[in-house]
Design a binder for this molecule. Structure first.
Ligand SMILES: Cc1ncc(COP(=O)(O)O)c(C=O)c1O
Length: 458
């Protein structure tokens, strides 16, 4: 089906940025929105698998996959073929008004990954993560007849007005944009490495639950809360995994008060952690089932489509109350099917010898164990954590406080050696490569990291 890119090193033909990159960046800085960030000078030209080549011919190893989006790597032949086939049939009709088999079957496939015996789920399709979150919040309010939504600090849910109100990671996203959506509160996220509310790693989940209970008796009537929205594993906030058992207890609290539980799987879902959805990682600890799930990013290997899945008993909004012109676009849906084929192993990715979820779990375990070794050499790596190919490395000062400056220097040093990476949280680098990453490619990336970190002290 495809030629497998051989494990290789980044190829740096010019100093960075090369002349063509510099010229485009100059034009970009003059004509595009002033809100765009440019963490380092990189202008892609084409990609293959986990490799991206810039306009100057420099080939870089991609350890961030366009923020956890390029699930199957760049230009995967199976995805390309699916897109080409669909676009020659029709590119748009409008799902809000007309059913299309490709989205019907996509809904069925996604739902099959969450439905438990005795349950029925339904799907709504949008174009972006923020739209899936907006849909979830609108549905939760419409279904419960309640207004209040509880979110978490450190969270990221998108940049539309509703989603940005829920987002709790950085004030820069909110400054100057108010007034935001009324009826939204934030509670701490149970971060075992930096336990909130004076708790410790083991009991930080209980401390957060006690805090919510306190809010229910003091400032937020529980019977006015429509939903609690949470990332089962927090992305933008620092790639944080909550303590085992926390989500199940949160589910219990929601049930006690008739509150819907929304899991935002936009970043952590679609096989990235080694299971289809990150909340399914907690199954061996009694499991937890949300009422609503939001999905985007990795769903279609870069084509824009998102989904909001909800239990049938919850999806009660009336005909015509919500929709989208482009949402559930058939070409993007074709890419989502092809992505699912590779995630589920219906179609084998030649480089892995297994389905991509299993590959993510195995290669992720390898990277984590190597990073833990690296911690002994580099004491400023305060924490390495993650599941599958959802991995964070946190940089700390000698007193244990976050070292954002060192993280920034490390990120740039890795880029200069040909490793595309991205920050998150206060002092974390996230490792979120395509799920096609082989062990050999992972090793190449780890060697670059080691070299970059060694260079930091010089
Ligand atoms: C957990 C989570 N939810 C929602 C979003 C918003 O997605 P989008 O940028 O596609 O609107 C993001 C984006 O980073 C995210 O990480």
């Amino acid at each position: 089906m495809t030629t497998i890119p051989k494990p290789r090193q980044p190829i740096l033909k010019t100093s960075l940025p090369g002349p063509k990159t510099a010229a485009i960046m100059e034009r970009d800085s003059k004509h595009l929105s002033t809100s765009y960030m440019r963490p380092y000078p990189f202008v892609p030209d084409h990609g293959e698998g986990v490799w991206l080549t810039d306009v100057d011919g420099n080939t870089m190893l991609d350890f961030f996959a366009g923020i956890a989006v390029s699930t199957t790597g760049h230009a995967h032949p199976h995805v390309v073929k699916a897109v080409q086939e669909q676009i020659t049939k029709f590119a748009h009709v409008c799902l809000t008004d007309y059913p299309q088999e490709i989205t019907t079957s996509l809904a069925e496939r996604l739902i099959a990954h969450v439905e438990k015996p005795g349950e029925k789920w339904r799907a709504f399709f949008g174009n972006s993560g923020a739209e899936a979150v907006e849909a979830a919040v609108k549905l939760a309010r419409n279904h419960t007849g309640r207004t209040h939504i509880i979110s978490t600090l450190g969270s990221f849910h998108g940049r539309t007005y509703g989603a940005i109100t829920l987002t709790g990671s950085k004030t820069k996203y909110k400054r100057g944009f108010g007034p935001l959506l009324p009826g939204v509160s934030h509670v701490p996220y149970p971060n075992p490495f930096r336990p909130p509310l004076g708790s410790d790693a083991q009991f930080c989940g209980d401390a957060v639950l006690d805090h919510i209970k306190l809010l229910f008796t003091t400032v937020i009537p529980a019977d006015e809360v429509a939903a609690i929205i949470i990332e089962p594993m927090q992305g933008e906030g620092g790639y944080i995994i909550p303590p085992m058992g926390f989500l199940k207890k949160l589910r219990g609290l929601c049930d006690q008060h008739g509150i819907l539980l929304i899991f935002d799987e936009v970043q952590s879902g679609m096989g990235r952690t080694g299971k289809m959805f990150s909340f399914q990682q907690f199954e061996e600890y009694g499991g937890v089932q949300p009422d609503i799930i939001t999905i985007a990013k990795g769903i279609a290997s870069g084509m824009p489509i998102s989904a909001m899945l909800a239990k049938e008993s919850v999806m009660t909004w009336p005909v015509g109350s919500h929709g989208s012109t482009f949402g559930g676009n058939p070409v993007a849906a074709a890419a989502a099917h092809a992505t699912l084929d590779l995630l589920e192993g219906v179609v084998k990715h030649p480089g892995c010898g297994s389905d991509l979820m299993t590959n993510a779990a195995q290669v992720g375990d390898y990277i984590l164990s190597e990073l833990r070794q690296m911690q002994t050499e580099f004491p400023f790596l305060g924490d390495v954590r993650g599941k599958g190919l959802f991995i964070g490395m946190e940089f700390v000062k000698p007193d244990g406080s976050p070292d954002g400056k060192l993280r920034d220097a490390a990120s740039m040093a890795m880029f200069e050696r040909g490793l595309l990476n991205l920050d998150c949280g206060e002092s974390v680098i996230r490792i979120s490569p395509p799920l096609t990453l082989t062990r050999e490619e992972a090793q190449t990336g780890l060697e670059i990291m080691r070299e970059a970190l060694r260079g930091l002290g010089e």
